[in-house]
Every structure is written in structure tokens, then in C-alpha cells.
Ligand binder design. Sequence first.
Ligand SMILES: *Cc1c(COP(=O)(O)O)cnc(C)c1O
Length: 390
Amino acid sequence: MIASVLPTYARAPLNFVSGQGSWLTEADGRRFLDLGAGIAVNALGHAHPALVAALTEQAQKLWHVSNLYQIPQQQTLADKLVAATFADTVFFTNSGTESCELAVKMARKYWFDQGAPQRTEIITLNGSFHGRSSAGIAAAGSEKMTKGFGPLLPGFVHIDWADHDAIQTAITENTAAILIEPVQGEGGIRPIPTQCLMGLRKLCDDHGILLIFDEVQCGMGRTGKLFAHEWSGITPDIMMVAKGIGGGFPLGAVLATETAASGMTAGTHGSTYGGNPLACAVGNAVMDIVNTPEFLDQVNARAGTFRQGLQSLVDTNPDIFECQRGLGLMIGLKCRIPNTDLVSACYKQDLLTVPAGDNVLRLLPPLNIDETDIRTAIDRLDAAAKSLTP
Ligand SMILES: *Cc1c(COP(=O)(O)O)cnc(C)c1O
């Protein structure tokens, strides 16, 4: 008999009842150190006082009105995002998947309005992840996600990771956009080298193509900049955001330049919940904390401590780990044994990690994880590794 919850997840038998900072408490009382942060969502850890206050204050006043009316919290958050980034305009969604839907629609509408309706093709990278909608799975293109769900949304061209020549060759008169994650998340924490990002921007400029970044996982301070592409000095035309932006409350966004967004006039897109007062109240609180030089400096410092500890972990457990990689607090440990064995061994050490593609163990701690918890994390990873060492 099918489970009452649709069984699309192979869930661990862990039942968390409360959280505080980087820690989660299981129903049996065990305290787990959380290096998954709800898959890069709990950017400020669990039960951050400023976020709890923002949510509860808003909850007393107004939950939802729909986008038929002004939503001041949404306006404020959009202004902050525009001030902090390349973007001129923002649309709020509830998830990364919805952000992907709009990014694809926006790029196609742009070319339609430019009098080039044949320009519908979007070039994406193998190993990418852009959500589970029809557009999202067609964009990522891996058989694991698409098999059985055809016919797929047409118009996506898949290129091997960081194969600049292949991207160049894939560009035709039908190309609308290139869509990439500046740091691939699900694919195994693979940062696109700065030179490649710069090359992509130039390629897009030369051919008048839109550049779309999916910063759903790598954005909102995760890499030590507000958005990961800032490390390369170039900017996209459209950017998808979600996960960390709501700090645990469902919130996403699409940011765009005025030009890229020019086709999205009244009636061309919408969302019932997107940018509602509750989500935006929390989003504003997250933004006010994360988007400060002090906070981002601290992310970089903590990342430095973490990465130093992980390097000795890798060096002292050569049978288990091949290398570490990533950017800021978006960290991957490439494993020599099945990564899921390590995830399970970490559970036994009361430590939460997340598997990723390319046999990587993914570490996405809260951005405000403290130095003591980082040391604890490394000790527990070491114990998990030792427990698996032949
Ligand atoms: C998680 C993720 C998505 C999908 O976001 P959802 O909120 O799960 O819909 C899209 N792109 C990237 C890079 C992601 O990591």
C-alpha cells in the first residue's frame, strides 16, 4: 500500500522537533549538528531571533492579500535587492523551481518582443539542477529527472560542464539564453572558474544572448559574496534566487535588468503567493543581516577556518576523501567510497550532511556557524571517516 505521503523521497528515520542555531534536536533527545541547513535554506541557522521576530510580528498583522494590491514588505525587499545587485527589477516566487519557470519565460518573451520569436533555445550544462517543473527538468536534462515524464519542454541544448568550445558551437540564430549555476550544487559543488564566467559573458555580449544565472543554491551569502557571480566581476541579465533568501520561509525571486525584463508587462506572469507579506517580512530580515560587509567578511573567515580543517581531514583520511572543493561555505568533499555511506556514518556521529552528484559529500552549514561548531563538525567528520576506514 502506498504511503500516505507520496514516497518520492527515501527519507532517513530522523524526526527533528526543534532547532537552535546550527543544531537540531531529534525526538529522542539527540542533538545533531546541521551541515545541511535544509539544503542551503536555513542561511542563519534555526530559530534566529531576528527572523522569528519578523515572522511573528507580521503574523499578528497580515498574512496574505494577493498581488492585486500593494505589498510594502515586497516593495522594500525588491528595493534592497535592486540596490545590492546588477538588477533593476525583481519578481518574487515561492521556490527555485518557480524562479526557473519565470527566467525561461522572460528570456523567450524578450526575443519575441525583439521581433526574433525563433530565438527560444536555452543552452544549459550537463550535471546542472534547475528544479523539478517541466521547464526545470528539461533545462537540466539528466535522464534521472526526465525519464518517463515526456514529452519534455523543447528548446534546451545541453553542453558538457565548462566546455567553452562546445558552448560556442551550440550557439545558433535560435539561441535565446545561456543558463548556468555559477557553482553547481546538486551536480557536486563545482564552481565555474572565473575565466569561464567571463568568457560566457563575452560570448553572450558578442551574440546578443541573455545570460541567466541560477543562484538558488550558491546565492544569498553562501559563497562569501551576496551572490556567487560577484567573485568574477561579471553580471548576468537574469538571475534565479530562492533557498537562503527566505532563511527557511518559502521565498524565491527572479532578478533582471530592465532590458531583459522588458517583455514582462502586466498580465504576462503572476503568482498567488509570491512575495506575500509573511515571506517578505522574513526576507527583509535575512537581507538586512546577510547583506552587510561584516556578515560577509565573517562568512569568508568561517569558510577559511572550515576549509583549513577539512584539508587536514582529507589529508589524514586518504582512503575516504579525494579532495575538497567549493566556494565559501558551499563545500564539497569528493569521496573515494560511496558518498551515501558517509552520510549514514555521519548520522551515527549526530551530524547532518547532504549527498551530491559526482560522489560528493555536501556541506552547507548555516552561514553564521561559529568556530566551536566548525571544530565539532570536523571532529565528527573525522570520526565518521575513521568508522569507514578499512
Ligand atoms: C534547489 C535548487 C532549485 C530548485 O529550487 P526549489 O526551491 O526546490 O524549487 C533550482 N536550482 C538550484 C541551483 C537549486 O539548488
